[in-house]
Design a protein around this ligand. Structure first.
Ligand code: NAD
Length: 307
């Protein structure tokens, strides 16, 4: 039996898997918009904290239990491997609980080549997949203004649009399955490169005697302006609180994904390779859970070493 397509309008039931830095505020936006949530995370604390704050959401003990009776399933997990485990291959995976034909929406930053495979595997089971990674960080997850990059069919995007509208402001259909994930990884290459450039410029400028706050203000009214200078410089780097809410480990993972896509397509991208090794070394030296804005501390460390 195939379940007819259901538009994901409130109070439709959404199984939401992954209540971390991003998943928590995104699921909260869905609850606030009137969706019925069945939530799961490997961390029991993440689940109990969430249902404590959102009593209409139902805590479940596995991806399978979350999926039961859901009109759609959303994943917000570290990477595509975790998504595959939760959806298809792990113990008590969502596949065992999902009704045939149910839409799976992967909002994690996953590897697009893996996503294409997952889309084929779900299609073989009668289901559909949308990849819908996000950009904007915790701040924009909290206020529902994320940029959402969608891969999949236009019809599935229209079905999912009310849920996306609760979480994001800009919703872009990027192409077929995997297209959203490819664009997200490439976006983060730009984001990572811009952040490194700002941090190295601040290290050099400070050593020259410039005030870092003044430097950021001038970048923001000049051609050096970027996302890093606009929303990370004055906020997290100059005051050294390093509290953007996105880890160095996840940024290194996203750069690895962008490089894997280039390699898959047999393209030589030396700048991207440099960024991959820079962030991989930073992750090893700062630790994977260090905030990605701590790349400034890494730039300071390197500056003090022999060139
Ligand atoms: P996070 O580490 O804070 O959260 C991930 C959550 O997934 C954790 O609570 C973990 O317990 C849970 N988890 C892991 N494997 C699981 C499994 N198999 N089943 C159930 N739960 C599982 O990560 P995050 O910062 O929320 O990022 C999530 C995704 O969003 C990543 O792909 C990241 O690259 C992407 N992203 C993050 C940001 C950001 O600013 N933090 C911004 C855009 C995109």
């Amino acid at each position: 039996m195939t379940v007819p397509p259901v538009s994901l309008a409130p109070p439709a039931t959404i199984a939401f898997i992954g209540l971390g830095m991003m998943g928590r505020p995104m699921a909260a936006r869905l609850a606030g918009a009137g969706f019925t949530l069945r939530v799961f995370d490997l961390s029991q604390k993440a689940v109990s904290d969430f249902v404590g704050a959102h009593p209409t959401a139902l805590a479940t003990a596995s991806a399978k239990a979350a999926a039961q009776g859901a009109d759609a399933l959303i994943t917000m997990l570290p990477d595509g491997k975790a998504v595959r485990q939760a959806v298809l291959e792990g113990r008590d995976s969502a596949r065992e609980g999902l009704a045939p034909g149910t839409m799976v929406i992967d909002m994690s930053s996953s590897n697009p080549v893996d996503t294409q495979q997952l889309a084929r595997d779900l299609a073989a089971l009668g289901g559909t997949l949308l990849d819908a990674p996000v950009s904007g960080g915790v701040k924009r997850a909290l206020d529902g203004s994320l940029s959402i990059m969608v891969g999949g069919s236009a019809a599935d995007l229209e079905r999912a649009r009310p849920a996306f509208a609760a979480m994001g402001k800009t919703i872009t259909l990027c192409g077929a399955a995997g297209a959203g994930h490819a664009l997200k990884a490439l976006n983060n290459y730009l984001s990572a490169a811009g952040l490194v450039a700002m941090c190295e410029a601040l290290v050099v400028g400070e050593a020259f005697g410039l005030d870092p706050g003044t430097m950021v203000d001038v970048f923001n009214t000049s051609t050096g302006k970027s996302n890093a200078t606009e929303v990370k410089g004055r906020q997290f780097v100059v005051p050294r609180n390093f509290a953007a809410g996105f880890t160095t480990g996840l940024m290194a993972k996203d750069l690895g994904t962008a490089a894997a896509v280039a390699k898959h397509l047999d393209l030589n991208t030396p700048g991207l390779k440099l960024a991959v090794s820079y962030w991989a070394d930073a992750r090893n030296r700062l630790g994977p859970s260090a905030d990605h804005t701590e790349i400034f501390r890494y730039a300071e460390m390197l500056a003090d070493e022999e060139a």
